[in-house]
Ligand binder design. Structure first.
Ligand code: NYM
Ligand code: MG
Length: 212
């Protein structure tokens, strides 16, 4: 049964490290709430769960794991939240999501000693709720490398980010909105927000899709 207001929208922000996704996600949720649109932030990886804690240790280089194993943990971390995501959307809450399956495939398949195929990385994502919209925050690798805080965790090297950006490109099925992220924080928020409100409006009566 649908509620009179319809379901919430499932909106994902993707991009390389330091592209500004986390800041924008937080600001978008604030703006939606200010306009009385129920909204919540979801962040992947969710480091608070037991699986997320292992992921966090892996990213901080405290544990080693085979590429396939860490890949499946990132995916499992999304499955851990899948029912909750569906239920919140059904109740009319819009979710602004900081990374999703696209990061999962892009980062795993960007690895130098790639151990599996693109399709192999996509397979365990099959069946997860599908975003209504993907916004890709595009930023030149050179600018990413200069941004504060870059370099602390696994994957945070200029060359690797370039490879990740290439993999993101391959994953785009043409439906993503590519946004130039090299601008003032508030200008980027304004731009994204106008798209987001449109997606919220369009998603109300649409059934939620399924990955991939
Ligand atoms: N990452 C993130 C993956 O490798 N696979 C995934 O499925 C997800 C969601 O984790 N460098 C990587 C990308 C980042 C790292 O994310 C931590 P963040 O957004 O930088 O905290
Ligand atoms: Mg990061």
């Amino acid at each position: 049964m649908t509620t009179p207001v319809g379901r919430g929208a499932f909106i994902v922000l993707e991009g390389c490290d330091r592209a500004g996704k986390s800041t924008q996600c937080r600001l978008l949720v604030e703006k939606l709430k200010d306009s009385n649109i129920p909204a919540e932030l979801v962040v992947f990886p969710d480091r608070s769960t037991p699986i997320g804690q292992v992921i966090s240790e892996y990213l901080k280089k405290e544990v080693q794991l085979p590429d396939q194993a860490i890949h499946l943990l990132f995916t499992a971390n999304r499955w851990e939240r899948a029912e909750e995501i569906k239920s919140k959307l059904e109740k009319g809450c819009t979710l602004i999501v900081d990374r999703y399956s696209y990061s999962g495939v892009a980062y795993s398949s960007a690895k130098e000693k790639k151990t599996s195929s693109f399709q192999w990385y996509k397979n365990p994502e099959e069946g997860l709720p599908k975003p209504d919209a993907v916004f890709y925050l595009n930023l030149e690798p050179e600018i990413i490398a200069e941004r504060k805080g870059f370099g602390g965790e696994r994957y945070e090297s200029a060359q690797f980010q370039k490879d990740v950006a290439e993999c993101f490109k391959k994953l785009n099925d043409g439906s993503w909105k590519i946004v130039d992220a090299d601008k003032l924080i508030e200008d980027l928020t304004t731009e994204l927000y106008s798209y987001v409100t449109e997606i919220v409006r369009l998603s109300k009566d649409k059934p939620l899709g399924v990955m991939w």
